[in-house]
Design a protein around this ligand. Structure first.
Ligand SMILES: [Zn+2]
Length: 253
């Protein structure tokens, strides 16, 4: 600081005046950063095309604040983008594919919601890059890639749902009832009224996504995928103050 370089994923972009943009970045070492990209909307801009949602970039930023210091009110304020190099334009490579693009949007929105400005979040950064790379590689169903990202980032935030043991008394399972406010799977004794009763394969799929067991996840049936994605989304939204705008738009085949 005040000039620093980092790798980042562009989470969000919005217009500022005629030619500038404000970008929200998740950086490898400096956490979430908001910065102004000056002149990036001009067609002649040398870095405009790289500052798009979902782009993985190497970026040089200028900060008016010394490292670790916050502006009055606790915000870091806006840094200024000095230079960018593209590492992989994940977002642009998904643009023609609605299912994968909406999954990428939900990943970026979730990452923004799970981070605080200027707080390093290396593990989440690696989860975001891994999920976007997997979407581009088209090795797995986009809904599964998204759900694996969501359940792992919840675990990273300390909100891992109970899947095998009872969320309340830790009795070993598997248990047939699942209750989001209680924290996940619940035994017959602890089960609050109105608990869901997902198929055992749906809970097993959630455990596979958490563990990165793609053999089990890729072989899962449509009903299990639908149930597990519903429970993962409900568990995430329970922990967030506001719902995610992009999650209902995800096209799940
Ligand atoms: Zn119990």
């Amino acid at each position: 600081m005040p000039l620093y370089r980092d790798e980042a994923v562009v989470l969000r972009v919005h217009k500022l005046g005629e030619a500038d943009r404000i970008v929200t970045l998740l950086t490898r070492r400096h956490g979430r950063v908001r910065a102004v990209g000056k002149g990036v909307r001009r067609t002649s801009s040398r870095f405009g095309a790289r500052l798009e949602p979902g782009s993985h970039i190497d970026v040089q930023l200028y900060s008016r604040l010394p490292e670790g210091q916050a502006a009055p009110g606790g915000r870091r304020g806006l840094d200024v983008v000095q230079q960018t190099e593209s590492i992989d334009p994940f977002g642009a490579r998904l643009a023609g594919d609605y299912s994968r693009w909406t999954a990428a949007s939900a990943i970026c929105e979730t990452a923004e919601r799970l981070t605080d400005e200027g707080e390093p979040a290396l593990r989440l950064y690696l989860l975001v890059v891994g999920a976007l790379r997997a979407l581009v590689a088209r090795e797995h169903d986009p809904g599964l890639i998204l759900d694996a990202f969501l359940i792992r980032s919840m675990a990273n935030a300390g909100w891992e749902p109970a899947l095998l043991e009872c969320a309340k008394c830790s009795r070993p399972g598997p248990h047939v009832a699942f209750n989001v406010p209680a924290g996940g799977a619940v035994c017959e004794t602890c089960r609050p009224p109105g608990s869901a009763r997902p198929q055992p394969t749906s809970v097993a799929l959630m455990a596979a996504l958490l563990a990165g067991d793609w053999g089990v996840a890729d072989a899962s049936d449509p009903t299990s995928r639908r149930e597990s994605s519903g429970l993962i989304a409900a568990h995430l939204q329970w922990h967030l103050e506001r719902g995610l705008r992009s999650l209902p738009l995800v096209d799940r085949a």
